[in-house]
Design a protein around this ligand. Structure first.
Ligand code: SF4
Length: 290
């Protein structure tokens, strides 16, 4: 069954996020994509992308992501103190005869070139990661970002993914865990966010933090409880008390874990989950239309 989703402006962006890593966020995002079968899928968890493990795309296109780093023509004898004063990220120390540049702090904003002595600040491209893109079965347009080890330019790679988002249809974004800038970036344009959590005190604590971010961003959201059966029922109580919809509960099951560890999906394990994920999508569409 093919479900074609349409959001308010012709596309529907669903971000799948979680307050902490290891809660099953990627499992939910990839199973939603596999169940619907027809969508664009983007892995924004660029520091640790692993949705390819479940979706098994055929990567056909690899694109380097670069930012501009400055370099300083110190042999000109120019004074670069204006560059150091300008840099909000303290990436430059201008000494009498030399400039010390801290590349890991540079955001590539280009400001030091603008304010520095004319013609003495140049720029070069520096690779901070790459985008990999290709089709996955059944009909998924897959893209993932992969941050270069040691690089801190997470949002630069996410920004490159942003540019690939199609103009219509269903878009599923696998968000980074937590509530950092990288998570905010991955949910900022979504129409709806699915929060994945576990029924434990840690799960509840991280869920509350994620809910706080989404409420500030004014994003509609619902919760999927993964590994239901471990811990306690405080997550459920919290959701009920705060009128947060619980979209599904995925049981804590050793067999499911075995499937995950082999890169197999929940719907491979139990095909009834396909219908459940399709119904989750239909419910979201209905909620957004009211
Ligand atoms: S490009 Fe921007 S962030 Fe990088 S050193 Fe220059 S002013 Fe600082």
């Amino acid at each position: 069954m093919e479900v074609v989703a349409e959001g308010v402006d012709g596309k529907l962006i669903i971000s799948v996020a979680s307050g902490k890593g290891g809660t099953g966020k990627t499992t939910v995002a990839s199973n939603l994509a596999l169940s619907v079968g027809y969508c664009q899928f983007l892995d924004y968890d660029v520091e640790a992308p692993n949705s390819n493990f479940f979706l098994k795309p055929e990567i056909k296109h690899v694109q380097k992501v670069t930012i501009k780093h400055p370099y300083f023509l110190t042999e000109t004898g120019a004074d670069f103190s204006a560059c150091a004063d300008f840099c909000h990220y303290n990436a430059i120390a201008a000494l009498k005869d030399e400039v010390i540049f801290f590349p890991e702090l540079c955001h590539g904003c280009g400001g030091c070139k603008l304010v520095g002595p004319k013609g003495t600040v140049r720029e070069k491209d520096v690779v901070v990661g790459e985008i990999r893109k290709g089709p996955a079965k059944p009909n998924i347009d897959f893209s993932m970002g992969d941050l270069k080890p040691g690089s801190m330019r997470t949002t630069s790679v996410q920004n490159a993914l942003d540019k690939l988002i199609t103009k219509d249809g269903l878009v599923i974004i696998d968000s980074p865990p937590g509530t950092s800038c990288a998570m905010v970036f991955a949910v900022k344009d979504c129409d709806y966010c699915i929060l994945v959590t576990e029924p434990t005190p840690y799960g509840l604590n991280d869920l509350e933090l994620s809910v706080g971010v989404l409420e500030k961003l004014n994003k509609p959201f619902g919760v999927i409880i993964n590994r239901d059966g471990i811990g306690d029922n405080k997550v459920e109580e919290y959701c009920n008390k705060n009128y947060i919809q619980i979209l599904a509960k995925i049981p804590n099951d050793r067999e499911i874990a075995k499937y995950y560890s082999r890169g197999d999906s929940l719907i491979d394990y139990d095909s009834s989950w396909k219908k459940k994920f399709e119904n989750i999508l239909k419910g979201i569409e209905k909620e957004l239309q009211t």
